[in-house]
Design a protein around this ligand. Structure first.
Ligand code: DX5
Ligand code: ZN
Length: 218
């Protein structure tokens, strides 16, 4: 299956947001990755609903929303209404994860679960068949531009095995510190979707950087 590239809008130039969205639209990228942070689950606040609404008005590709917020159930319908196609919640933020996943699907979105770097893959054993996506955090969530955590490769392999063993159709997404130096190894380990923020938007030519990443993994 084709491997996907998801530029993280957190690293875009918010003063030129429409320009950066159009850049992604016309690039080889597959998804828009949108990071929503509440300053409680993670020690940072990114942006909220009005900004996502503006992004949705211009984005012509899949909108992949990564919620780094407590009690995400409160906003599932809101994110559906704002145009999210994939909605990912954190395992660590959901007491009733099964219920949350069902609610995301009932709202017409694909359902994802993100795992912090310290959270083992094994906690997903009894939910993996219900998931469309697992996002393995390869940095501690909250900020762009951090260094990739090497233990991620092991987790990707473990998750790939769990997905195959369970006959789940879930995709594996990697989020944090992705560059042209680790992209191929991540895909070799089993990744399907690579999120890249700083590496894309801090480069001299983001369109070419996306094209290059896409070529590396396919
Ligand atoms: C981190 C976010 C990431 C971030 C990735 O909490 O979830 O999506 O934007 O940024 P880079 O690619 O710069 O690590
Ligand atoms: Zn993210």
């Amino acid at each position: 299956m084709t491997k996907l590239i998801a530029p993280s809008i957190l690293a875009a130039d918010f003063g030129n947001l429409q320009r950066d969205i159009e850049m992604v639209n016309s690039s080889d990228a597959d998804w828009f990755h949108i990071d929503i942070m509440d300053g409680v689950f993670v020690p940072n606040i990114s942006f909220g609903m009005p900004v996502l609404k503006a992004i949705s008005q211009h984005a012509k590709k899949t909108i992949d929303v990564h919620l780094m917020i407590v009690d995400p159930d409160r906003y599932i319908q809101t994110f559906a209404d704002l145009g999210a196609n994939v909605l990912t919640v954190h395992y660590e933020a959901c007491t009733h994860l099964h219920r949350t996943i069902q609610a995301i699907k009932a709202a017409g979105m694909k359902a994802g679960v993100a795992l912090n770097p310290h959270t083992p893959i094994a906690v997903l054993e009894d939910i993996i068949k219900d998931l469309d996506l697992v996002c393995i955090m390869s940095v501690n969530p909250g900020f762009g531009g951090q260094s990739f955590i090497e233990n991620t490769y092991k987790k990707v392999s473990q998750l790939k095995h769990l997905i195959e063993f369970s006959e789940s159709s879930c995709q594996i997404e990697i989020d944090g510190g992705v560059t042209d130096q680790n992209a191929n190894a991540l895909v070799e380990a089993g990744a399907d979707v690579l999120v890249a923020g700083s590496f894309v938007f801090r480069s001299d030519d983001p369109t070419a950087t996306i094209k290059n990443l896409k070529a590396i993994v396919n």
